[in-house]
Every structure is written in C-alpha cells, then in structure tokens.
Write a protein that binds this ligand. Structure first.
Ligand SMILES: N[C@@H](CCC(=O)N[C@@H](CS)C(=O)NCC(=O)O)C(=O)O
Length: 204
C-alpha cells in the first residue's frame, strides 16, 4: 500500500496529481506542518530533510517530488517516461527546469507574501522573483509553440510535473493570458479528471 506524506497544497501536489492519473490506491498523510509534524523524530526517520513529500510503498521509502513521480511512473505507467533517449532527456530537462527556474521564484513570492508578516517582508526578494517568473514562462511558452505536450504529441510525465508548477502562477497572481501556448496546453491538462481531483484536494 502506498502512503503519501504531505498536503496537496505543498510540493506533494504533483505526486497527488500523478497518483490520481495512474488510478493507484493510496493513503494520504497530510501532516500538520504548523504543529511541525514534519520535524517529528518519527517523520525524520523517513525523510531526514524534514520535508514533504515523502512516499512509502510497502517498505520502500522515497523523497523528492520529482524522484517520487519518476518512481511511480516507472512502476505503474512506464510509457509516461518516453521511449527514446531524446524524449526521456526532454522530460527530465523540463521537469528539472520547472522546479529550479519556475518554482523557485514562485516559492519566494509565496513565502514573502503569505507567510511573512508585513513588517518582515523583503520587497526586493518579491520584486526580483516577480521579474523572473514571466521570463521563465516566456521560455516555456516559446517551447510550447506548435506542440501539444511538453515532449511532443504524447502526454508524458513532464506534463504532470511542469503543469503542477505552472498551476502555482494563480497563487502568486501571475496571469497566463500573455502566454497563449501555455494557456492552451494548461487547458488540455486541467480538463483531465486527475487534475480536477488534484485541484479539489488542493482546495479542501
Ligand atoms: N525539492 C523538494 C522540496 C520539498 C519542500 O521544500 N517541501 C516543503 C513544503 S512545499 C517543506 O516540506 N518544507 C518544510 C520545511 O522546510 O521545514 C521536493 O520537490 O520534494
């Protein structure tokens, strides 16, 4: 039985999205982060980083959201991982890029605007991050020109990983309307039943 630690609104979100797509049975363990359950000695034995997500599949423990999704796809739907070295490389490229180049400034904005009290807010961090986000989105939009999915005509793991991050644009109030190729691709992604379930879980 699979157990996923972390709430759908955290970095665990992309693992919920993929689990829903795969139709695999799982148990959700959201953890109360305000109560610092992610720092409990019990949880630190599973993930010494004290971070979510972390997934247990029988006695196998794995952390880092992209690695978890790679493991799940490999085990339950390997065709999502592409078939040629080039396709596999593209999927990795965009998955890692979205985490490093797109999620990082988004998380900076979220930390500063949602979690930091006004008097401690660093507006320099917010301004720099808000400039980086559209630059990254433009790079993705240029890539999506003439493409149906991230790695070509077929949906792959890259689409689930990247869409889960592009979806955060809404939280940081960055509109996607200036990015027509991303908007069309996100419309395809968000109409999937797995996205609708993930969205519902996020907003519960
Ligand atoms: N690179 C990690 C990031 C994990 C991460 O930063 N998770 C946050 C929640 S979104 C967390 O657990 N933070 C707790 C903390 O830093 O104390 C992944 O993608 O799994």
């Amino acid at each position: 039985m699979i157990k996923l630690y972390g709430a759908p609104r955290t970095s665990a979100g992309r693992c919920y999205f993929l689990l829903e797509e795969l139709g695999v049975d799982y148990e959700a363990a959201p953890l109360d982060m305000k109560a610092r359950e992610h720092q409990s000695s019990e949880f630190l034995k599973l993930n010494p980083n004290g971070k979510v997500p972390c997934l247990i599949d029988d006695d196998f423990v794995i952390w880092e959201s992209l690695a978890i999704n790679q493991y799940l796809a490999e085990k339950y739907k390997p065709e999502l991982l592409g078939s040629t070295p080039q396709e596999k490389g593209r999927i990795q490229q965009w998955s890692i890029w979205s985490l490093v180049e797109l999620q990082t400034p988004m998380v900076d904005v979220i930390i500063q605007t949602l979690f930091m009290p006004e008097e401690k807010r660093d507006h320099g961090v917010i301004d720099r991050a808000m400039k980086r986000i559209p630059v990254a989105l433009q790079i993705l939009d240029d890539h999506m020109e003439g493409r149906t999915y991230i790695a070509g005509e077929k949906i792959t793991l890259g689409d689930f990983n990247v869409a889960s991050i592009v979806n955060i644009a809404n939280t940081v109030k960055v509109p996607l309307t200036p990015f027509p190729n991303i908007s069309q691709w996100m419309a395809r992604m968000t109409e999937r039943p797995s996205f609708k379930k993930y969205f519902q879980l996020r907003n519960n």
